[in-house]
Unconditional design. Structure first.
Ligand code: SAM
Length: 256
């Protein structure tokens, strides 16, 4: 994965699409809206309202074909011919964060989490716990779209999101940078260290896996080991956002 992709412009923006979400971000003075892109086929009162709201905020409205808007919104989404790029001030490429003199730690890394509501809830919880970084790969994880923003209760705009191509790439980069990277799994059995006993070195990251398959084999092979949240009750696993909450606040407790 070259640096070009690692520094995609998408690393700065959350794209919001659809008339109502775009009007909502334009109405929110705390958000820095970079631009609005409106389909050249968009006419009538709804398009006029968006143009008016953008003008009031001094936000540029670019015109594009309806097809282009659809592609930019991630194809198959209910874009209604309009999207807005909102600057997420704390979103950074992972590589840039690791180049800092004090790289952020502890981190969460998302691997294969495809339900936007889970991604949004994880961003909200980890931000609430004060974690300095949540690695959200561009591939294999739900796109940072309005469903994620909604599930995060708007926290996604200011969550410390670190972007990279894939979870595998993130684990490789983190390991090269001296992080101990643990894979979180409920069924790892005897080979897993209970979360409440695990060492938390100064550079540490915990990988959360997908809703169905958990942490991928490729990622777990790169990790330093498995960690599990003890579950004395008889259930197979926690919802991934619940697991993220337990880990995040255990890290807060350890940091005291
Ligand atoms: C719904 S679980 C995935 C269950 C999946 N069948 C599996 O084999 O891992 C989603 C993610 O939440 C995290 N998780 C859930 N329960 C956990 C537990 N008790 N300990 C550690 N991680 C857990 C793991 O990262 C897991 O990959």
């Amino acid at each position: 994965m070259g640096d070009k992709q690692a520094r995609s412009p998408k690393d700065r923006f959350l794209t919001v699409y659809g008339r109502k979400p775009v009007l909502e971000v334009l109405a929110d003075e705390t958000l820095d809206v970079d631009k609005v892109i409106l389909a050249d086929t968009a006419r009538g009162p709804a398009a006029a309202e968006i143009r008016r709201a953008a003008k009031n905020r001094g936000v540029a409205v670019q015109s594009a074909s309806a097809h282009r808007v659809k592609v930019l919104a991630g194809n198959g989404k209910q874009d209604q011919g309009v999207l807005a790029d909102v600057v997420a001030p704390r979103m950074l490429p992972l590589t840039a964060a690791l180049d800092r003199s004090a790289p952020p730690s502890p981190l969460l890394v998302l691997d294969g989490i495809t339900t936007p509501a889970n991604v949004g809830m994880i961003l909200r919880t980890a931000t609430a716990a004060g974690l300095p970084g949540i690695v959200v790969p561009r591939r294999g994880v739900a796109a940072l779209d309005p469903l994620v923003v909604k599930a995060s209760a708007g926290v996604a705009f200011r969550a410390p999101v670190l972007r990279c191509g894939s979870a595998e790439e993130a684990v490789e980069r983190l390991t090269e940078s001296g992080y101990t990277v643990y894979a979180l799994g409920s069924r790892a059995g005897a080979e897993a260290t209970p979360l409440f006993d695990v060492d938390v070195p100064s550079r540490v990251a915990f990988v959360l896996g997908g809703e169905t398959d958990g942490v991928s084999e490729a990622v777990s092979n790169l990790a330093a080991g498995w960690v599990s949240i003890p579950m004395p009750g008889d259930v197979e696993s926690l919802n991934v956002s619940a697991a993220a909450a337990v880990v995040s606040f255990e890290l807060v407790r350890r940091g005291r």
